[in-house]
Design a protein around this ligand. Structure first.
Ligand code: ADP
Ligand code: MG
Length: 485
């Protein structure tokens, strides 16, 4: 059961489908050899094909095709051995050809699946309708002159994968989980870097609402310009509530394209929804149907890495981790690799605790990515080993870790330099205990007359006297014996 909106006249459910445009990681464009570097000087990466000079012909970039197949396989989807490039005709200053080369009736990838990892540790499967290849358009720049619009064609012709979900999502949390998972899979595969801020992953949000219990689909709106995970969640929430308001007032929803305004936190109407026939789709006569052989598809399949779902299952079964911890660790490949390096030959749950709670917590605070963690996996492993062989206690280890985050030094070096080595010498611990007992005869009497709770206080005094360095288990045992008298 998803997220419910309480209306004036009853409860409503959201129905959401996402269309994601993912920029293919490729050195060259979909139909030309021009470069695709982000942030290059305007119009410096434009071939004659991208500028739609008369007589120029597109040539398919096989590397982009392979990336689409790779992504399709990662989404457990049907790969179509024959697909067709169509022209989608519309007129806009940043589209010099007057059409976008896209795929319409016969996309390269058909139905697939994606597993959502929900916040409570549950999973749910969402259908993928299709994935097709298409070119990106250029970019109109309106803010450099009060009277003129400039056009930058660097993006013109860049390969995009449009990935369409089934209307299987039931709330903002589902949509966020979907985007995170899709991005994670594409990053594992190396097919899209999933950077929403740089626009290498863009999302259109389709939303409708229906009364709880109904199985019919309501009329949907499509909201564009949703450029961050937070915005997706806000736009869905806003749009669903707006629709409930309209319907409860006796109105109806127009099937339209809306725009998300991040400053005002609302969607507004942009245009009535165009129909497919408005685009006058037809197969591009400059391009042959795209054909793939079973061998080509299998060759790509053989190079797939272990993907997040499989890795998660392995972390749960081999390391005994909870589904939640495994989900957190496999979300990014660098995290998972880091964890496995720490866990190797050590207690895997203890390793997971240190990585998730201490390391991720500290990195988060420092605003750092795991890629530039001051503490390497080998160094964190070294710290855990010092706890394991009783050189330091778990308590002291946290201080040592804080120092490692600051200075990048090895745990052993910090322990030596600061004299933090745990006291496991029975004589030294006994003498500290004797002093505490001698100096607190009243408390000792209270304890001996039945006030058991004082035991913790005694432990605290002994630890204080040893600057936290006494082995806690030994303190417990010896203290118990001595207090017993
Ligand atoms: P178009 O190409 O016109 O945008 P599609 O059939 O490709 O239409 O669907 C676009 C998206 O809209 C898909 O993600 C689909 O799941 C979603 N969708 C379709 N019907 C509904 C609906 N009634 N409510 C919410 N989302 C829907
Ligand atoms: Mg669409």
């Amino acid at each position: 059961m998803g997220y419910v909106i309480e209306g004036e006249t009853g409860e409503w459910e959201m129905v959401i489908g996402l269309e994601v445009h993912a920029q293919v990681i490729s050195n060259a464009k979909l139909f030309s050899g021009a470069a695709t570097d982000f942030g290059a000087e305007a119009n410096s990466q434009v071939s004659l094909v991208d500028a739609a000079m008369p007589g120029m012909l597109p040539v398919i970039n096989r590397a982009c095709v392979e990336q689409a197949v790779r992504t399709g396989l990662g989404l457990r989807a049907q790969i179509n051995k024959v697909s067709v490039f169509d022209r989608k005709n519309y007129f806009y200053p940043d589209l010099p050809q007057g059409y976008q080369i896209s795929q319409y009736k016969q996309p390269i990838v058909g139905e697939g699946q994606i597993t959502l990892d929900l916040p409570d540790g549950d999973v749910r499967t969402v259908g993928i309708t299709r994935l097709h290849l298409e070119q990106d358009a250029g970019k109109s720049i309106h803010d450099q002159s009060p009277t003129e619009t400039y056009v930058d064609l660097n993006r013109s012709g860049v390969a995009l994968m449009e990935i369409v979900s089934e209307p299987d999502l039931r709330g903002p949390e589902d949509a966020v989980a979907y985007l995170r998972k899709l991005r994670s899979i594409m990053r594992y595969l190396g097919t899209c870097d999933g950077n929403l801020e740089e626009g290498s992953m863009r999302c259109d949000v389709n939303v409708s609402v229906r009364r709880c219990g109904s199985n019919d689909l309501g009329t949907r709106t499509e909201t564009k310009n949703v450029n961050s995970i937070r915005a997706v969640s806000q736009a869905i929430e806003y749009e669903a509530r707006r629709q409930v308001g309209v319907l409860e007032d006796g109105g109806q929803i127009d099937q339209e394209t809306r725009l998300w305004d991040p400053n005002r936190g609302e969607t507004r109407s942009m245009r009535s929804k165009e129909e497919a026939h408005d685009y006058r789709y037809f197969p591009d006569p400059d391009l042959l149907p795209l054909e793939l052989t079973d061998e080509e598809i299998e060759a790509v399949r053989r190079t797939l890495p272990e993907l997040p779902d499989d890795k998660k299952a392995r972390f749960v079964s081999d390391y005994g981790l909870s589904a939640y911890d495994a989900t957190v660790l496999v979300a990014e490949r660098v995290r998972a690799d880091y964890y496995e390096q720490v866990a190797g030959g050590r207690d895997p749950k203890m390793a997971a605790n240190w990585v998730i709670t201490e390391l991720f917590g500290a990195l988060n605070k420092a605003g750092k990515d795991i890629g530039d963690s001051p503490v390497t996996a080998a160094q964190l492993g070294g710290l855990i080993d010092l706890i394991g062989d009783n050189t330091i206690s778990g308590r002291i280890a946290k201080d040592v870790f804080a120092d490692m985050m600051e200075t990048g030094r090895d745990a052993a070096a910090i322990v030596e330099a600061k004299g933090l080595r745990q006291v496991t010498d029975t004589g030294a611990i006994e003498s500290a205990i004797d002093q505490v007992i001698a100096g607190n005869s009243e408390k000792v009497a209270e304890y001996r007359s039945g006030k058991d709770k004082l035991f913790g206080w005694f432990v605290g005094q002994v630890m204080k006297a040893t600057k936290g360095k006494a082995n806690p288990a030994m303190v417990n045992d010896i203290l118990k014996a001595k207090l017993a008298g």
